[in-house]
Structures are given as structure tokens and as C-alpha cells.
Write a new protein. Structure first.
Length: 345
């Protein structure tokens, strides 16, 4: 039977309701999750009418989450073995414990598809908060589906916070990747370095791209750095350094790896090849993870308050702010023995 209405053949989503009502997904979400005070009355009425017409029901129990019957915070990270994410998790856990909440963690393993699958599963588990940490990846085809899933969850009364680039329409804790890398480049220039190589991940990984671009922008009056693409991991840094040694590094005075685990992997590869980091070649990273001061020589890096990023994400999640909010984390250069001043300085 066809009465001319545009009812989707599958279960309606929040996106369908928003389209039917002629409003944004965010407006539809606020109108349905009890935040109608921030939605014009005519829009709220249209959203409710559209939801009734489409027989739309949130997948979760909005009342259960809104009343706080769930006591969990779900943290989705790229890689649990990376100290970057363990530091963020420490901050999330600290704030959650203070609020008498329990943190559960899921690992996306650097896969946007896996990240989407995890979020779909989490919706059924009804956590109070979902925090997604990790670089956004361009061109994956999962962005719109991820937004829909998180909007459905938020409509049901949950809270969403990203620790990433400002890309999705949710509260976000961002890190000054571009600016921090630019400051590192200028600090290395001041230390007398003039010829550089950059070990970076594929361009689609936005954290790597932002840091690579920022570093290049800070190198004024010197040759363009040699760029070597590799994995965004310790093994990737090792492989890039091995390739540089095989190529010959006579024209490179210092290497910038776009994260510390890559830089530490590179230092190991250099030593394995008989090249002494801090003497034969300078090495710098980004993030200032705890092990940056344990390696020999101690690693020059860009310090990011990762635990504070986790704390800030929880504060956003538990705040009364209605609508996306942003917190920006600073990134400050820390020079150490892996990049000693050169005589030319």
C-alpha cells in the first residue's frame, strides 16, 4: 500500500527525521532529547511530528541514560599499546573515578570501519558517555554513518566527546599539532640545524598531516625537508630510518618523526646501523610521552598535556553545556640531548 508518504523501507534514523522536518540533525537531536529550550517551538513541533509520522524511536532508552542508571564511560582509542592513548586514558579514568563512573575501553586498531562498528555496539550497552580519541582519517566513507550513530546515541541522552581534529559536530578536545610542529622547526633552526627529513604517516591521517605541514611551515629560508612516508608506529619509524640510512643521510642533519614512538623506533634503527642519534644525526618527535626521557639520548619532543586532554574530555562530557564545545590543548617544544646545538649555531 502506498499512501504517498516518504517512509523509509528500513527502520527510520535520526537523519530521516531531520530531513522530514527540514532541520539539521543537531536540531532534531535537541528537540527529541529534552533540550527543546534551545530549539524554536515551531521546529520542535515539526521534529516531533516527523518522528511520529516515521514511527521513529531511539535505539536506546533515553530515560535510563538521562537518569544516570548507567555508570560507565566508554573510551574508544586507536591503539592501546601507544603511550599517547594510555596517557589520555589515565586522565579520563581520573575524572571518571571522581564522578563515581567506571571506564571501559575499546580499541579501533587504526581502522575507521572498526571504530564505527564499536560505536554501534556501544549504543546497545548504554554507557553514560562515549569518548572517541584518535586522528580522523580522510576518505574512509564512514564519516556520515559515524555521525548518525553518535547522534542517535546523543538523542537517547548520552554524551559524546571527541579527542581529535575538529571534524565531527560534537564537543572536541583538540591538540595544537600544526602550531607545535612549527615551533619545533623554529627551535631546531635556532639550534643550528638546516637540513631535515620528516618521517610521516599517509596523508589521509590528519594528525600526521597537520604536524608535517606545521613543521614545513616553520622552516623558513632552508631547503624543503626530505619526506619519507611510513607507518604511524614504532615499527614505521624504524623502517623509515633504515631506508634513510640505505639511501645515505649525508644531506640530512636532523629527522623529525611526527610522533614519539616513530622517533624512538628511528633511533633504534640508527643505532643498529652504527649511526649514533644525537651525534651523527639529530632526532625529534612529538607528544613527549613518558619514555621520551628514558631513551638514550633523551628525545627532543613537543609536549602535549595528554592526561589533561583526557580530564578535559570528561569535564566536557559531564558539563551542562548544550551543544558542541571545544577545548584546545597547547603543544610546547622540549629540547633534549637528541638534538644538541650544532657548531654553526
Amino acid at each position: 500500500m502506498d499512501d504517498g508518504s516518504q517512509v523509509p523501507s528500513s527502520a527510520p534514523t535520526l537523519h530521516d527525521v531531520a530531513r522530514e522536518a527540514g532541520v539539521s540533525i543537531a536540531t532534531a537531536s535537541r528537540a527529541l532529547n529534552g533540550s527543546a529550550r534551545n530549539v524554536r517551538s515551531e521546529n520542535a513541533s515539526r521534529v516531533r511530528a516527523a518522528a511520529a509520522k516515521l514511527n521513529y524511536e531511539p535505539h536506546l532508552s533515553a530515560q535510563a541514560i538521562a537518569k544516570g542508571s548507567t555508570r560507565t564511560v566508554a573510551l574508544v582509542v586507536r591503539d592501546v599499546a601507544d603511550p599517547y592513548f594510555s596517557s589520555i586514558a589515565a586522565g579520563v579514568t581520573q575524572a571518571a573515578q571522581a564522578a563515581r563512573l567506571i571506564v571501559t575501553m575499546a580499541v579501533a586498531d587504526a581502522s575507521p570501519e572498526r571504530e564505527l562498528e564499536i560505536v554501534k555496539t556501544l549504543r546497545g550497552q548504554r554507557p553514560r558517555v562515549i569518548i572517541v580519541a584518535g586522528s580522523r582519517v580522510d576518505g574512509t566513507g564512514t564519516r556520515d554513518a559515524l555521525i548518525d550513530e553518535l547522534e542517535e546515541y546523543r538523542t537517547a541522552g548520552g554524551r559524546v566527546v571527541m579527542i581529535s581534529q575538529r571534524d565531527l559536530p560534537f564537543s572536541t578536545v583538540t591538540i595544537d599539532n600544526h602550531g607545535g610542529a612549527g615551533r619545533l622547526a623554529r627551535a631546531l633552526l635556532d639550534a643550528g640545524y638546516r637540513r631535515f627529513a620528516v618521517f610521516h604517516a599517509p596523508e589521509a591521517i590528519r594528525t600526521s598531516r597537520d604536524r608535517h605541514d606545521g613543521f614545513r611551515a616553520g622552516l623558513l629560508g632552508v631547503p624543503e625537508p626530505l619526506a619519507i612516508e611510513t607507518g604511524f608506529t614504532r615499527a614505521g619509524g624504524y623502517e623509515a630510518a633504515r631506508r634513510l640510512v640505505e639511501r645515505g643521510f649525508e644531506d640530512v642533519e636532523a629527522v623529525f618523526a611526527v610522533n614519539d614512538v616513530m622517533a624512538i623506533g628511528a633511533m633504534t634503527a640508527f643505532r643498529d646501523a652504527g649511526v649514533i642519534p644525537g651525534e651523527d644525526i639529530g632526532v625529534a618527535g612529538f607528544d613527549d610521552i613518558g619514555s621520551a626521557v628514558d631513551v638514550v639520548p633523551a628525545l627532543t619532543s613537543v609536549a602535549v598535556p595528554l592526561r589533561e586532554a583526557g580530564l578535559s574530555a570528561m569535564r566536557l562530557a559531564l558539563s551542562d553545556v548544550d551543544g558542541p564545545a571545544d577545548v584546545r590543548m597547547p603543544a610546547d617544544v622540549v629540547l633534549r640531548e637528541s638534538t644538541p646545538p650544532r657548531p654553526s649555531a
